[in-house]
Design a protein around this ligand. Structure first.
Ligand code: ZN
Length: 140
């Protein structure tokens, strides 16, 4: 998490190819790697993960901004969600940046969604729930 007021700057991602292509990425291997790694290696890996997460979030935010809410004019990515339009949801898009998914896999999940602002998203789910139980849509 970046401190308030700080802007994330792109940094060069450390070359971890050697570490990531050793073939055995089992939990035992990872535990051993971590126990035997220097503080510098751990810091490089941590920086890589942080940088990757920020880059993925930035890409998703640009996608959201480009689409905007499908129901209103909201375009601020902080207010925009992904809504799965069918029952083939594999994961919450908001969680994938920390799960190590690649951009291609993330975007294939994004393709199952529409971009919608938080307010419209809540109203959409309220309307779906009310329709499911046979209530008239709520109006205020
Ligand atoms: Zn909206």
């Amino acid at each position: 998490m970046l401190a308030a007021g700080l802007r994330f700057e792109y940094v060069t991602i450390p070359n971890l190819t050697e570490d990531l292509t050793m073939g055995n990425m089992s939990p035992t291997y990872q535990k051993t790697w971590y126990a035997n790694s220097s503080a510098e290696s751990k810091a490089k890996k941590s920086a890589y993960r942080l940088c990757r997460k920020h880059n993925l979030r930035d890409t998703l935010n640009k996608y959201k901004t480009g689409k905007g809410c499908c129901r209103c004019s909201e375009r601020d990515p902080v207010c925009l969600d992904f809504h799965h339009t069918s029952r083939n949801k594999e994961v919450n898009i908001s969680e994938v940046t920390t799960r190590g998914w690649g951009l291609g896999r993330i975007m294939s999940e994004v393709q199952k969604c529409v971009v919608i602002c938080s307010n419209c998203h809540r109203k959409l789910h309220r309307d779906e729930l009310e329709a499911k139980v046979g209530l008239e849509p709520t109006t205020f």
